[in-house]
Ligand binder design. Sequence first.
Ligand SMILES: *[C@@H]1O[C@H](CO)[C@@H](O)[C@H](O)[C@H]1NC(C)=O
Ligand SMILES: *[C@@H]1O[C@H](CO)[C@@H](O)[C@H](O)[C@H]1NC(C)=O
Ligand SMILES: *[C@@H]1O[C@H](CO)[C@@H](O)[C@H](O)[C@H]1NC(C)=O
Ligand SMILES: *[C@@H]1O[C@H](CO)[C@@H](O)[C@H](O)[C@H]1NC(C)=O
Length: 183
Amino acid sequence: MRRFSSFSKIIITFLVLFHSTIMGSNELIQLSCKKASQGDPNLSYKFCVSSLEANAKGHSLDLQELVVISLNLTIANATNINSTISNLLKDKAFDNFAKERLRGCSELYADAIPTLQEALCAFQSKDFAKANIEVSSAMDASSTCEDGFKEKKGEVSPLRKENDVFFQLNAISLAFINTLASI
Ligand SMILES: *[C@@H]1O[C@H](CO)[C@@H](O)[C@H](O)[C@H]1NC(C)=O
Ligand SMILES: *[C@@H]1O[C@H](CO)[C@@H](O)[C@H](O)[C@H]1NC(C)=O
Ligand SMILES: *[C@@H]1O[C@H](CO)[C@@H](O)[C@H](O)[C@H]1NC(C)=O
Ligand SMILES: *[C@@H]1O[C@H](CO)[C@@H](O)[C@H](O)[C@H]1NC(C)=O
């Protein structure tokens, strides 16, 4: 888990405890996303803010609720990606190599759904360590899927965007869970 300076711990603790009286949910999202993207070069600040703001819908939220939203969003995304893959598998343009990889990715994403549901349960019972492990494990679906296509020279992954989005959504959940665990 990442470590934070004591100063940022104080700031985050303050935000978690008192945000509802001092700031709206968009400010909490912006601050939390700023911190998360600074800690992870692969996480885009813009992506983080736009994904969460679109789903927070202006409610007054705390960091715990943001994690639930983020995990929910990631579960929905894995479900979408699983159907995207089913459609790609019907496409005759893919050769056997690509189809085999697509089937592997479908299994990875189908498995990621219950893993993320377990992460949500663990998180809700405040078992942050278990939630961290489950989210990290779900997150591996994207890199394992992407790496499969790299086994053949010149092969272009048809799931590059999906894998990237899924990776980033999990990176958001992980960063926020680790922040809560460090308080
Ligand atoms: C960021 O992405 C690069 C390239 O895909 C990868 O090598 C690296 O491990 C990633 N870093 C993190 C913190 O996930
Ligand atoms: C999470 O998703 C479930 C079902 O998709 C929904 O009922 C619930 O309201 C969502 N919770 C949040 C915090 O987004
Ligand atoms: C979720 O996944 C779908 C399918 O890959 C993608 O088009 C969409 O942008 C993703 N959205 C979010 C917010 O995760
Ligand atoms: C994933 O897609 C497969 C094939 O279309 C489908 O049979 C399966 O039910 C889906 N799994 C989930 C968890 O949505």
